[in-house]
Design a protein around this ligand. Structure first.
Ligand code: 3H9
Length: 684
């Protein structure tokens, strides 16, 4: 018997229980253990029912993602599932934690499923650029029908036990919290009643009504076209679900396997698997062990109720943490709270929140005009105007009132955190908590480690990210930290390309086609040209457009004109301004095809990423990937700039940068770190 398996028989009910921390992923040892347990139980004449369960945190949380890309070792999961399905005994899966992907597929091989309340199950393979490849696409529609299966599998969402019961994915929710005892009783009940032993694969009643229909899939595609754009796995999922309705199970299963294999070998899935592990890695700080203490986080103070401060506040309110929101003037405070209320009201209108929840969240705000009201909070986040003078004054005021042990955080995007910390008597308590706009939506939290930040303060910053549902990335102090710094170079190159006569629409198209939601020129218009050009004293296209009161989408259009439906057309006025500025600066037109435009826009980001690593600002290249994905919506199926660079080949990237350096100057000078990596034949 492998040491992952516990096999016990309780008066005719065998319990096959697996223990493989942390999440009972279905790696080779786990698969072997299941087979071992089932073989024993299936051949034992005294056993009438078999319960498949797991100990630890969760029922199998899916296939072992680390095994993908390595040669498959038998028994592979579909074989294990077939073995369970061939058992002559009554079979029951006892679920807890997060039965996901292959885990749920294994449960669907049993005749019955019981789950403890709090269990969250699903088929999240889409998030890894995959589809459920062990029967999930063929079985879920048989249980819940085609429309629900399409929604569940393409979203990859987790379903609560209560909803799973309603949908028919499971058969019973435990009344109490002793899963095993209730599963054994349930097994006895089923045996006593001589309950039917129908396998999910034999059930066709839910799929029959959609057999031969194509419209349902086309409508689903069209309705979700925007959300699905670029995700190849979604198309394979839709095809596979259609097969469940149209083909006998065995044939559908065979096609599912082919569609799965195609995805598993794709670059997109490789990128998404990289992102899965990168996301988990980013919260680890090598010199700060997990055992480092965390400071309490019961209450928060936020200084500044503007767009950023309000958005930051919402994160804590959503997590049930009271927020003291501080402003200088009553009017600004009222306005800030109104914006928060309006944001929540939009959720209520969309049916994502109840009025009671809205009121409860707003009830957690303690509005204030007085620094003294921050004296008892555990964490203070400053989100005021981005100038050093103001930030230092605010930190000095915070220092005067904050209790001992309070974490003092700045949301600065570009400024020197160490200088800000120097305005206090306790730089060890100061960190950066850099949120990305809109702060209640974007998932990135850059935790900035100051020169003097204490380990427990950094650890607390990393942990609090999880509390408020963000992914933390640790950054050292440096202009723009990680995400803003590396992405800023794209903006700079966009300006250069425009002045060299490249059509802004083409620039936007290239970036959109790569997978971003919006091109950089359209993005400028969205953010507001007045906001962008603030630091610059130079006469630029944007400064002239702002002089002309063309501020972007919000007023008179910018690079584009906008109709009442926000449909855009390139502005003749803006094009004229571009030509004039190019002439003033003596910039000659340059021809570039789409491939070159893409390289000129994105290779400098890779280069800047190399510098960020070389300077020790970021801990690892995968952190830069996460920062760009979570902070700037870099398409997840490209894996982030550094992963993408590896997949292109660093040698090719370096050669291009050198060519651009020759043609366009030092903005493309390769980072010595990148040069070293190529010389040593290494990757990021
Ligand atoms: C699949 O099943 C394909 C099949 O359809 C077909 C097959 C033929 N594998 O997230 P956490 C590790 S595809 C390997 O921090 P949490 C994770 O890396 C799979 N490792 O904990 C981390 O390691 P470390 C479908 C895995 O409590 C540790 O476990 N399933 C796997 O916040 C703890 O993870 C999924 O996509 C795995 N499957 O969340 C589920 N899962 O400590 C993916 C986790 O070294 N997993 N690890 O950093 C999850 O969504 C979350 O991990 C889970 C726990 C919700 C389970």
């Amino acid at each position: 018997m492998t040491n992952l398996l516990t096999y016990q028989v309780y008066e005719g009910v065998a319990v096959v229980s697996i223990d493989s921390p942390p999440v009972n992923a279905l790696g080779i040892d786990v698969r072997q253990s299941i087979v071992e347990g089932f073989e024993q139980a299936s051949t034992n004449a005294d056993v009438h029912a078999i319960i498949l369960a797991c100990s630890g945190r969760t029922f199998f949380a899916g296939a072992d993602i680390r095994e993908f890309g390595t040669p498959a070792k038998p028994p592979i999961l579909p074989e294990v599932i077939a073995l369970i399905e061939s058992s002559p005994k009554l079979t029951i899966a006892a679920l807890h934690g997060t039965p996901l992907g292959g885990g749920l597929e294994t449960a669907l091989a049993c005749h019955y499923r019981i789950a403890i309340a709090g269990t969250r199950m699903g088929l999240p393979e889409v998030k890894l650029g995959l589809l459920p490849g062990a029967g999930g696409t063929q079985k879920l529609p048989r249980l819940v029908g085609v429309p629900a299966a399409l929604e569940i599998i393409t979203s990859g969402r987790q379903i609560k036990a209560s909803e799973a019961l309603e949908l028919g994915i499971i058969d019973r929710v435990c009344a109490g919290d002793d899963l095993l005892a209730e599963a054994i009783n349930y097994a006895r009940e089923l045996v006593d009643q001589n309950a039917p032993r129908t396998l999910v694969l034999e059930r066709n009643e839910k799929t029959a009504e959609h057999q031969g229909q194509t419209e349902i899939y086309d409508t689903f595609r069209a309705k979700n076209a925007r959300r699905f754009r670029g995700f190849k796995s979604v198309e394979n999922i839709i095809k596979a679900v259609q097969l469940a309705a149209d083909l006998p199970y065995v044939q559908g299963l065979k096609r599912e396997r082919e569609l799965f294999t195609e995805l598993q070998q794709s670059r997109d899935s490789l990128a998404q698997r990289h992102v899965f592990f990168a996301e988990r890695e980013s919260s680890k700080v090598p010199d700060i062990p997990k055992t480092t203490p965390v400071r309490p986080l019961q209450t928060v103070g936020i200084i500044g109720a503007g767009t950023m401060g309000g958005g930051i506040a919402m994160n804590f309110l959503n997590a049930g943490i009271p927020v003291t929101l501080l402003e200088q003037k009553q009017e600004a405070l009222d306005q800030g709270i109104d914006v928060i209320r309006n944001n929540y009201q939009r959720s209520v209108k969309a049916g994502r929140m109840t009025k009671e929840v809205l009121e409860a969240r707003l009830g957690l705000i303690n509005p204030s005009l007085n620094y003294a009201d921050l004296s008892s909070v555990d964490l203070i986040i400053e989100a005021v105007f981005e100038t050093m003078e103001i930030k230092k004054a605010v930190f000095s005021s915070i220092d005067a009132v904050a209790k001992q042990g309070c974490i003092l955080a700045s949301n600065t995007s570009y400024l020197d955190l160490n200088e800000i910390a120097s305005a206090t008597s306790r730089p060890q308590d100061v960190i950066g908590l850099h949120f990305f706009s809109p702060a209640n939506v974007m998932n990135l939290l850059e935790v900035v480690r100051g020169e003097h930040s204490d380990s427990d303060v950094i650890n607390s910053g990393m942990r609090l990210a999880k509390t408020i549902g963000k992914t933390p990335v640790l950054s050292r102090v440096g202009w723009g930290f990680i995400a803003n710094r590396v992405m800023k170079v794209r903006s700079f190159q966009t300006d250069n390309l425009i002045l060299q006569g490249i059509n802004p629409e083409i620039i936007d198209k290239v970036i959109y086609d790569y997978g971003f939601a919006m091109g950089p020129v359209a993005m400028k218009d969205l953010v507001g040209l007045d906001v962008l050009g603030r630091e610059s004293k130079e006469r630029t296209v944007e400064s002239v457009l702002v002089e002309m009161e063309r501020l972007g989408q919000k007023k008179n259009g910018g690079y584009y004109d906008y109709d009442q439906n926000r449909q855009k057309t390139l502005s003749a006025i803006a094009m004229e301004v571009i030509r004039n500025i190019a002439q003033e600066k003596g910039i000659e037109p340059v021809a570039a095809d789409e491939e070159e435009i893409l390289a000129r826009l994105l290779y400098p980001i890779i280069n800047e990423g190399a510098k960020v690593l070389d300077e020790g600002i970021a801990l690892r290249s995968s952190d830069i990937d996460i920062a760009c994905i979570k902070g700037y919506n870099w398409p997840v199926y490209k894996g982030g700039p550094m992963f993408w660079a590896n997949s292109i080949g660093l040698k090719k990237v370096l050669e291009k940068l050198r060519e651009f350096e020759q043609r366009f100057g030092s903005a493309f000078t390769p980072s010595p770190y990148l040069v070293r990596l190529v010389k040593d034949g290494k990757e990021f």
